[in-house]
Design a protein around this ligand. Sequence first.
Ligand SMILES: [Zn+2]
Ligand SMILES: [Zn+2]
Length: 345
Amino acid sequence: MKAAVLEEPNNLVLRGTKDPALVPGDLVIRMRSATICGTDIRIFRGRKTMGVRYPSILGHEFAGEIVDTGGRSGFSIGDRIGICPAIPCGHCHRCKRGAENLCSEGMNFGYEIDGGFAELVRIPAKAVDGGNVRRLPDGMTFGEAAMIEPLSCVLNGQEQVNLGFGDVVVIIGAGPIGLLHVLLARLRGAVRIIVSDPNAPRREAALSYGADTTIDPTTEDVAARVRAETDGRGADVVICAIGIPALARQATELAAHSGRISLFAGFSKGDTSQMDINAIHYNQITVTGAFGLSRRNFDDAFNIVASGRLDVAPLITGRFPLEETLRAFEVAESGAAIKVAVEND
Ligand SMILES: [Zn+2]
Ligand SMILES: [Zn+2]
């Protein structure tokens, strides 16, 4: 089969590689859509190495159709499916404590096992048995199904930071993740959504997705604008949707008393940040992290998209065939598109 193989950092090659080796009970799907995540770019550039193998096939946001049922009943060739890419072990301390997204012994597509930037993807029996596979309803496209993974992560982030009715929310960064935060925050009852991003088209996109106002941090004082927009109180929830360490400090300046901060975006290996610890202490600010997704997050996000209440389709603004995966990565890295999908017929 053809696949985009990451040979080593900065070396992604489209080449032939052996078809996935099946164990009975596994499924094989033909990838139809795989979207590029900011994490894929950080891995490609060597800024994230944890859990990454070389050579390997990246891609944890994908959907496709079954081409081999592995002898399983209940599945047919041609079934259209979406996949929750995190396969927890179920028995480690973190899994047992209800944080399977942090599983220390699990498998993840695009990391420990090969992912979506390939013609064919093996879905291990453990994932099928574990409920990681969902059949797509008729109205759901493969691209929308691929977008359920990032939406699941965003859902986890908003649950961790307890975003809900009546909250004034600041979202720093209007990339695909920031925009998903806008869409979901509206659905969860945020009363005002303020988005900061230096990129004008992205600020426009944020407004069209439901942000109430935007800030250009290159020309405006973000903290002053947020105070002006919130009667001097600051934001109930601040979400860092871009992994720039200085923004973690900025978040403490934007949060209201008893506000909550989500350090949602991943940072580069070794990054640290000096946060205003007096603001955190005296203003009683809660700082939360968020990583990955659980199968529950995936199901919830899947059901939100299937219900039609949250439309992820417009986020995909770049599409490339599998043969042009490298070009797709370049476009995703440039920021010229919102979300870039690699597609396969
Ligand atoms: Zn991702
Ligand atoms: Zn585990």
